[in-house]
Design a binder for this molecule. Structure first.
Ligand code: F6P
Length: 546
């Protein structure tokens, strides 16, 4: 047994769960008319309703005791203080420095990183202004119209998600495109509508070693130089990377490298130079607002008592379901088309961070850690997978995210969207009893057998968080992203895992390198299992027919 599962708060939660697991949310609402108010928070223009969760004030007390026992405040302070809390890589975790709007220095080994952070940001803004205004031009003297960000994982998902979410701020800016997949189709299809003379490439890679990114970048360079010649590379390529030498070796001059630091995790890097494609698309002012929103969330997380701390609530309520109710997944359901990549973004943010099976001391954990994170924008999901949410056998806690004002008011669209938004959380919470089904049928003069009624009955008691923003803006988006980041942080601390490394992706990369040599015909004798060996053999035979 681990220290966590033996701890007093954990054991108290096990007992509490036994008592609460059969209590229906309908009963909790009926018992307390102030429940909705008591279990909600407002942070600037964003409202968080946690009342449709299977919790009571006692649950919260116990969950917060668990957070305290895990020393969440101390770890949080260590993160903000620049201590090397990424224990397997011996690094600080300082994406919060990238959006620190205060005069507060943030030190790594006694050295204040803020002047460098501000200097890179200033260079990004100046560069983006030049490109956006048309002053910075391509090799043939034409202004840039399009930017292609070439990156993968954290060097892609954040910029994609944010530029999509903030499209209203991108009107008239440089058109952003994203190439991540090594499948040549992604690059070929993206470039097919672009003109080399007016296209800028951002090669986004923290390490500048990622095979997908470097292969795509090399092919993009070939596409450019075949049209404009080798000399065009300097004007049409910029690099967003921590690694100066590798960037130089690729042929991108230092003046076109925007650097960052090893204490910025890839999946937390949209706030760094990796965000250059965002700045090119939406402009420095909007990007600054994004940083401001994130800073506000950081300050809230850093200073609010645990009882009022929104990301701490999000985290601890998640732990309640994953570790005590056995919920294996978590759905993020934005009722806003602009947020259509939000769940995909936090799939990496959460699953790469907390998909860990050993604790910080290297021992296997005996409790569930990070959930499977998934989701789609509403109302599409309603017509796809909501059936399982309502009547399936899995308990799936969901976050419903919506905005009061649409950027595209069109007839009744937004009211219909939001009617569905409110209806779904109510339906998931209330369900529909057999008596209610029969009463409804009776009103219509119909009667059905018991088994037919059973199919129409909904158990309810399905938990949701409602996050209601006034409107999606750079600031509210920055705030929301940072809150989710801190939620993931808190969960990792309580689970006693290192949320900041990702060794799990290495094995597949190593094997792929070996197999690539074999596909090229220069590999040694095959050491694969029979299945993999046969698949490779079939691929090679049919790829190169005699
Ligand atoms: O393979 C996973 C990963 O290391 C992610 O953590 C990272 O976001 C992505 O690859 C891209 O890495 P890089 O920015 O170094 O190319």
């Amino acid at each position: 047994m681990s220290r966590l599962t033996e701890s007093a708060p954990w054991r108290a939660l096990v007992e509490h769960h036994k008592a609460l697991q059969h209590v229906h949310l309908r009963e909790l609402f009926a018992a307390d008319p102030h429940r909705a108010e008591a279990l909600s928070h407002t942070l600037a223009d964003t409202f968080f309703d946690f009342s449709k969760h299977r919790i009571t004030s006692e649950t919260l007390t116990l969950l917060l005791e668990l957070a305290r026992a895990a020393q969440v405040p101390r770890w949080r302070d260590r993160m903000f203080a620049g201590e090397p809390i990424n224990v397997t890589e011996g690094r600080p975790v300082l994406h919060v420095a990238l959006r620190n709007r205060s005069d507060r220095p943030i030190r790594v080994d006694g050295h204040d990183v803020m002047p460098e952070v501000r200097a890179v940001l200033d260079r990004m803004y100046t560069f983006a202004e030049e490109i956006r205004s048309g002053a910075g031009r391509g090799a043939t003297g034409r202004a840039f119209t399009d930017v292609v960000n070439i990156g993968i994982g954290g060097s892609d998902l954040g910029p994609v998600m944010v530029t999509e979410a903030l499209r209203p701020w991108g009107k008239g800016g440089i058109r952003p495109h994203f190439v991540s997949n090594i499948d040549g189709t992604h690059l070929v299809e993206t470039l097919s509508s672009l003109d080399p003379e007016t296209t800028l490439f951002c090669v986004a890679s923290k390490t500048f070693t990622t095979i997908e990114t470097l292969t795509n970048a090399a092919s993009a360079r070939a596409w450019l130089t075949s049209a404009l010649g080798d000399d065009a590379v300097a004007a049409h390529f910029v690099a967003l990377s921590t690694h100066a030498e590798r960037v130089a070796a690729f042929g991108i001059p230092e003046a076109h490298r925007f650097g960052f630091w090893d204490w910025v995790g890839g999946r937390y890097s949209l706030w760094s130079a990796i965000g250059l494609s965002i700045v090119l698309a939406i402009g420095p002012d909007a990007f600054d607002e994004l940083l401001q929103g994130a800073y506000e969330a950081d300050e809230h997380f850093r200073t609010a008592p645990l009882e009022d701390n929104v990301p701490v609530w999000m985290a601890m309520i998640g732990i309640w379901y994953h570790d005590f109710f056995g919920a294996a997944s978590h759905a993020i359901l934005p009722y806003d088309q602009y947020l259509h990549r939000f769940a995909a973004y936090f799939q990496q943010g959460d699953m790469e961070s907390n998909g860990k099976g050993v604790d910080r001391g290297g021992c296997s954990v005996d409790y569930p850690t990070g959930p499977v994170v998934w989701g789609e924008p509403g109302t599409n999901g309603q017509h796809a997978f909501f059936q399982l949410l309502h009547q399936g056998t899995h308990l799936v806690p969901c976050d419903f995210i919506g905005a009061i004002r649409s950027h595209n008011p069109l007839g009744e669209h937004h009211d219909i969207l939001m009617a569905n938004f409110f209806a779904q959380t109510e339906a998931l919470m209330r369900g529909r009893t057999a008596d209610e089904v029969r009463a409804g049928l009776a009103r219509r003069g119909t009667e059905l057998s018991d088994d037919a009624v059973a199919h129409r009955t909904f158990p309810g008691n399905r938990p949701t968080t409602t996050i209601l923003l006034d409107q999606i803006t750079p600031r509210s988006l920055g705030r929301l992203i940072a809150l989710y980041e801190h939620k993931i942080f808190v969960q990792g601390i309580v689970w006693d895992i290192n949320s900041f490394d990702q060794w799990g992706v290495e094995l597949g990369k190593e094997l792929a390198t070996t197999i690539l040599s074999e596909l090229r015909g220069d590999g040694g004798p095959s050491l694969h299992d029979a299945s993999t060996a046969a698949l490779i053999a079939r691929y090679r035979t049919r790829r190169d027919p005699a």
